[in-house]
Design a binder for this molecule. Structure first.
Ligand code: 5GP
Length: 326
């Protein structure tokens, strides 16, 4: 799809404000910022990325492998609770790890993240997290249909549902399982379902260029989560590799064999790898990419007469196309 331009009274991109203020269904925290989130992958959900993104009021979902000690060190340097999320899985150990972090670190956001948000344990775990921390902004996922979005909001008591199965740049779920949903259709359906019951959504995965991000917001996403496009910079961990004079950095799916070996020392035989390793062209400081995305979004707004991100969906008319580019 593309977004149709409309008559506009916004004559300059500088008139567009990308900060949005959001109130949530359960949490009493009022959040203000640019609703873009770096993915909680170990290549993008890092303290270094947080330091770069917080300057632009953007959020970093920190990956779940940071220890309490890592958080303590970071806290000494200064952590703004508005702009980072603590991630967790749904096992008992994960809950204990989360509890230990939250007992010492001031944090607003919890991101409960599993690859398959359809398993029934997720809703139960979310409800337990809500009972334990009634005030936090709780996100959970991933799912791609309205029924599960409403279950998570109404019974799991989460504020924000994360949407996306299969669109990720380092993801092979669609190939390995045949399961998935086209991301734009998923966002259209899930935004409607979430907003109908007072919830919000994050569109997670599949962003390849600033235009994709505009379309995610246009389809109703309240937040957009980005992995691959925020990788390959100075701030991202990992070695630089050089091939034929070109520089690359490694980026890999969190369910890839590479990540499994790194964090668990092995890959269990009963599972297959649903992620891959890709080489991302080295792109210098993350700020370059951030400015490219923010500039693109501001320009989208001037084309469709939206003064802020909140107005993008109501100003968006999609047109189905065969080719995005000439
Ligand atoms: P990207 O912005 O790179 O297109 O997508 C990032 C998203 O891909 C992440 O936020 C996460 O939801 C998803 N993802 C990360 N690692 C894996 C993986 O190994 N397998 C699958 N299926 N998805 C992944």
């Amino acid at each position: 799809v593309l977004i149709k331009p409309k008559r506009s009274t916004i004559n300059s991109r500088s008139k567009v404000d990308l900060n949005r203020e959001i109130r949530f269904k359960y949490s009493t925290i009022k959040w203000k910022g640019v609703p873009i989130i770096a993915a909680n992958m170990d290549t993008t959900g890092t303290f270094e990325v947080y330091n770069a993104l917080k300057e632009y009021n953007m959020i970093t979902a920190l990956h779940k492998f940071y220890s309490l000690e890592d958080y303590r060190k970071m806290l000494e340097k200064g952590l703004d609770p508005n702009y980072y999320m603590v991630s967790t899985g749904i096992g008992q150990q994960s809950f204990e790890h989360l509890s230990s972090i939250l007992s010492e670190i001031p944090c607003y956001w919890i991101c409960i993240d599993i690859a398959n948000g359809y398993i029934s344990d997720l809703v139960d775990f979310c409800a337990k997290v809500r009972e334990t921390w009634p005030d936090k902004i709780i996100c959970a996922g991933n799912v791609v249909s309205g029924d599960m979005v409403q279950d998570l909001v109404l019974y799991g008591k989460v504020d924000v549902v994360k949407i996306g199965i299969g669109p990720g740049s380092a993801c092979t779920t669609r190939l390995k399982t045949g399961v998935g949903m086209p991301q734009l259709s998923a966002v259209l359906e899930c935004a409607d379902a979430a907003h109908g019951v007072g919830g919000h959504i994050i569109s997670d995965g599949g962003i390849t260029c600033p235009g994709d991000m505009a379309k995610a917001f246009g389809a109703g996403a309240d937040f957009v989560m980005v992995g691959g496009q925020f990788a390959g910079h100075d701030e991202n961990p990992g070695e630089m590799v050089e091939e034929n004079g070109e520089k690359f950095k490694l980026f890999y799916g969190m369910s890839s064999e590479h990540a499994m070996n790194k964090h668990y020392g092995k890959m269990e035989k009963y599972r297959s790898s649903e992620g891959r390793v890709i080489k991302i062209k080295y792109r210098g400081p993350l700020e370059n990419t951030v400015l490219d995305y923010l500039g693109g979004l501001r320009s989208t707004c001037t084309y469709i007469n939206a003064t802020c991100i909140k107005h993008i969906p109501k100003c968006t008319t999609f047109v189905r196309v065969n080719n995005q580019l000439n």
